[in-house]
Ligand binder design. Structure first.
Ligand code: ATR
Length: 295
């Protein structure tokens, strides 16, 4: 199982994943599958870089002439000081999940988590522009999601629903500059029912429902969903979470995290290679991999 054999020679362009730990990441599988499918001379490998060495890791990309790097937990914020330039969206969110090494050796950081998150929503723009929205969770993913929703759809109301209210308050404060319509509100899960019922879009950014706890849901009452809802779960394993099943059973449109996972990778891939990622090939390979693992 895994990508078809990739061929490594003196001209292979390397891409690193910088994380700590890196044992669970799907990025090497995704990118190497795409390189092999397209027959391009790139290879992707994961590097466990402890937090105190992240500066060495980033600068090493330039010295070793890597094509670039993916960046994952816990380094998405820590890499920023070591980059020469940031995209506006990486700067706004304060996090970078991918680095491009330019031919002159400078390092450019972007945030394709945002692009990946938005990709499945853009076809629904007419339904989402100016609508009420709710985000479950207030961590790093919620920060990127809430920023993307504010600047892309200018919602009337954007409710951050969090277990730890101080984190949601801080997030709302940090995003004020992008909240021209005064849309941001903060609620605990216990007081958020009306916001969830009234939202056109509900996004789960918490890990609740992730394998193996597949019977858990971050929002327990399926009756709060109806056919006006779009429910988006950034959890991708399983592909259909209990939250999505509940929402679909009440007529909602559902979007799973696999789309975001592959689209964030695709938005990085084109910057590293100049080629469009074959997303259907990659999604199919991920499904086959997941079936084999859970059999
Ligand atoms: P990520 O970078 O993936 O967003 P994170 O920064 O750890 O990860 O954020 C996870 C979010 O999910 C947090 O808001 C977290 O709430 P706490 O700050 O209170 O931990 C939320 N979360 C995790 N487990 C949860 C649960 N069982 N119920 C509700 N929220 C949960």
């Amino acid at each position: 199982m895994g990508p078809d054999a990739i061929h490594i020679d003196a001209n292979t362009r390397l891409i690193a994943l910088l994380g700590y730990p890196v044992g669970q990441t799907l990025s090497p599988f995704i990118h190497n599958t795409a390189f092999a499918a397209q027959g391009i001379n790139f290879a992707f490998a994961a590097f466990p870089v402890p937090p105190e060495r992240i500066g060495d890791g980033v600068r090493g990309l330039a010295a070793l002439h890597f094509a670039g790097a993916g960046v994952t937990i816990p380094h998405k914020q820590a890499v920023l000081p070591y980059l020469d330039e940031l995209s506006p969206r990486a700067r706004a969110v304060g996090a970078s999940n991918m680095i491009v090494r330019r031919p002159d050796g400078t390092l450019f950081g972007d945030n394709t988590d945002l692009t990946g998150f938005l990709a499945p929503l853009l076809p629904l723009t007419d339904r989402l522009r100016g609508a009420d929205m709710a985000v479950l969770g207030a961590g790093g993913a919620a920060r990127a999601v809430a920023y993307a929703l504010l600047v892309t759809f200018r919602p009337k109301r954007l409710t951050l629903i969090a277990r730890t209210s101080s984190k949601a308050d801080m997030l709302a404060t940090d995003l004020t500059a992008f909240d021209e319509r005064n849309a941001l509100e903060v609620h605990a899960f216990s007081t958020a029912r009306a916001a969830v019922r009234g939202a056109r879009l509900v996004v789960n950014t918490t890990p609740v429902g992730m394998y193996p706890a597949v019977d858990d849901s971050p929002w327990n009452d399926a009756d709060d969903f109806g056919d006006d809802h779009i429910v988006y779960d950034i959890v991708y394993n399983p592909e259909e979470t209990r939250l999505l099943n509940d929402a679909a059973s009440r007529g909602a449109v559902t979007i799973g995290g696999l789309d975001m996972l592959v689209e964030q990778a695709a938005a990085a891939y084109v910057q590293w290679t100049g080629h469009e990622m074959p997303v259907d090939v990659v999604k199919e390979a991920l499904r086959r991999r997941s079936e084999m693992l859970h059999r």
